[in-house]
Design a protein around this ligand. Structure first.
Ligand SMILES: C[S@@+](CC[C@H](N)C(=O)[O-])C[C@H]1O[C@@H](n2cnc3c(N)ncnc32)[C@H](O)[C@@H]1O
Length: 540
């Protein structure tokens, strides 16, 4: 031994041993926070010892340090502190670059963060040198899952057929984050929006995004002692807490959330690079030290959170009292329009947005933030609740026409519930006189869809008015072209087919196309048929 070399003293040795045992025990008992603290103490002592040039390098100590980083990574991942967990994994791998346990831990964290390619690399390296006692079935499972999700996130080739054909029972279909032919750009409606980068067919998936946070629960309708309101407040508070936790634990989430609108002065907002929303893209978020202020955070959530619609909760077999709220960053760039071209539905924590009608390159992707199958007056009230004035084409057109006397009479009739046949007739006649053409007809028919649908499903009324008004097929086509697919329109079509003994091939093809607009073309024909029959039965 060199003269200058020191021997570690026994007291220090014992302290380190003790910390290591204690940390391991806490980890086994799933006391994550305490085990993180204890590993940190052990790591700090280890590092001091290793960095002391007067102590002989000890390979055993290096091994213990590697394991401590690895275990602390595991504990941190359990507390959802993914950034720091990944840093710990990297520290461990710096000491031993094929450390199996660390590679597995890192791979699982990356997979959870939807970084499939990097996760796959970890599992591949783990596979190369896995110890003989390792659980190779689990490892193979992860390898397969990463490969599948990576391919889905590249191709967008989602297929929910089996799940749909099984009546939405069993495990949710596997979903990967996906960005289709869309890009964030300046919007003509307001601020930034998502714009189509090529022509898109009805039903094509535009994006699949996992929520930053969601909160779900039962919200009773009861007005008694404000039960419903209180439950709503509790749900919102839990949701906000979850978002705050996610943003403080993850620099990326914090960065992405900070790009969202607070609903004011949108014209001056920066247009972020769409690729920043791809989980795989690595960025340096170090410069972003400033925390989002609480007030700003609340406004961001107010403006951008989405409520899971009833259709999705039925998908999950839940009843009408069941509600969910969440925030999906990329979907937050989609502006509202009363003539939307996209629809969303939720599966688990993912939102899937698809084209509800054909979309042209350069067209803005829009969704209905609320029910757009209602007259201008009702939509204006709903948009007021959202805190903005709607700048969409349909509102501009209907605003212009609302001054006509007949329009006022039709609206009054709608509110009073007068004979639906005469209302449809009056509207169609007025449109003819005003020379309303193309999509504009679809806009007005969608506004008064309720009366059109009542007329089309009533055999008695159709006997009286059938010859004086356009056919159901003509109306449906114009509505779907103008406002996109909708379950209610589909239901009327299916009712019609049922009355005609099931409809022919052409009718079925048309219903399938409408179905694609409503549910997306992520299903094989057979699964779409089962969906149509569930729609027919009013189950969804
Ligand atoms: C979820 S954000 C949509 C993206 C937003 N335009 C941006 O730049 O981040 C919702 C906000 O966009 C604006 N917005 C959305 N649809 C609109 C519309 N049809 N007319 C006017 N403003 C709209 C409103 O300010 C609304 O609060």
């Amino acid at each position: 031994m060199k003269e200058t070399e020191q021997q570690p003293n026994n007291e220090e040795e014992e302290k380190m041993q003790h910390l290591r045992f204690k940390a391991n025990e806490l980890l086994l008992r799933e006391q994550w926070e305490q085990s993180i603290q204890t590993y940190s103490q052990f790591i700090s002592l280890c590092q001091t010892r290793i960095s002391n040039p007067r102590i002989r390098p000890d390979p055993k100590l290096q091994k213990s340090l590697c394991l401590a980083f690895s275990n602390r990574a595991e504990a941190r991942s359990k507390t959802r502190d993914f950034d720091r967990a990944l840093k710990d994994c990297d520290e461990a791998l710096r000491i031993e670059n094929t450390h199996f346990k660390t590679l597995m831990c890192k791979g699982k964290i990356l997979l959870g963060l939807d970084r499939y390619t990097t996760a796959l690399n970890c599992f591949k390296i783990a596979d190369l040198g896995h110890p003989s006692n390792a659980d190779s079935e689990t490892l193979n499972g992860y390898l397969e899952k990463c490969k599948k999700l990576e391919s889905l996130s590249r191709s967008g080739g989602f297929d929910f057929s089996n799940w749909v054909s099984n009546g939405f029972k069993g495990k949710f279909p596997e979903l990967a984050e996906y960005i289709g032919a869309v890009q964030i750009k300046k919007s003509e409606i307001s601020g930034r929006g998502l714009i189509a980068t090529k022509n898109i067919d009805v039903g094509s998936v535009l994006l699949v995004t996992k929520a930053i946070a969601t909160e779900r629960g039962i919200l009773p309708e009861s007005k008694m002692e404000n039960l419903g309101e209180n439950a709503q407040m509790v749900m919102w508070k839990n949701f906000v807490d979850k978002v705050v936790e996610s943003t403080s634990n993850c620099e990326r989430t914090h960065f992405l959330l900070s790009k969202l609108s607070v609903g004011e002065n949108e014209e001056g907002l920066e247009v972020p690079d769409t690729s920043a929303f791809r989980p795989e893209v690595e960025q340096d978020y170090g410069f972003l030290n400033e925390k989002i202020e609480v007030g700003v955070m609340l406004s961001i959530l107010d403006v951008n959170s989405l409520v899971e619609e009833t259709f999705s909760s039925k998908f999950s077999g839940k009843n009408g009292d069941y509600h969910g709220v969440g925030i999906w960053v990329l979907a937050s760039f989609i502006n509202h329009s009363c003539n939307p071209n996209a629809k969303r539905f939720h599966i688990g924590d993912h939102v899937i947005v698809h084209a509800s009608r054909d979309i042209k390159e350069g067209e803005e992707i829009t969704m209905g933030y609320f029910d757009v199958f209602s007259p201008l007056k009702n939509r204006k009230e709903m948009v007021k609740n959202w805190g903005f004035d709607c700048h969409c084409k349909r509102c501009k057109f209907e605003d212009g026409i609302s001054v006509k006397q007949e329009m006022g009479e039709i609206e009054m009739g709608y509110e009073r519930g007068v004979d639906v046949g005469s209302m449809v007739y009056k509207l169609e006649e007025s449109m003819r006189r005003w020379m309303v053409r193309g999509k504009m007809k679809g806009y007005l028919r969608a506004s008064f869809w309720k009366v059109y649908s009542e007329l089309f499903v009533s055999e008695k009324l159709m006997m009286k008015w059938g010859r004086k008004v356009p056919t159901m097929e003509i109306v449906v086509e114009s509505v779907a072209e103008a406002v996109g697919g909708d379950e209610r329109v589909l239901r009327v079509v299916i009712e019609g087919m049922k009355r005609n003994g099931g409809g022919g091939v052409v009718e079925m093809e048309k219903a399938m196309k409408l179905g694609k607009g409503v549910y997306g073309k992520v299903m094989k024909k057979q699964a779409m048929r089962s969906l149509l029959s569930l729609t027919k039965l009013g189950i969804i």
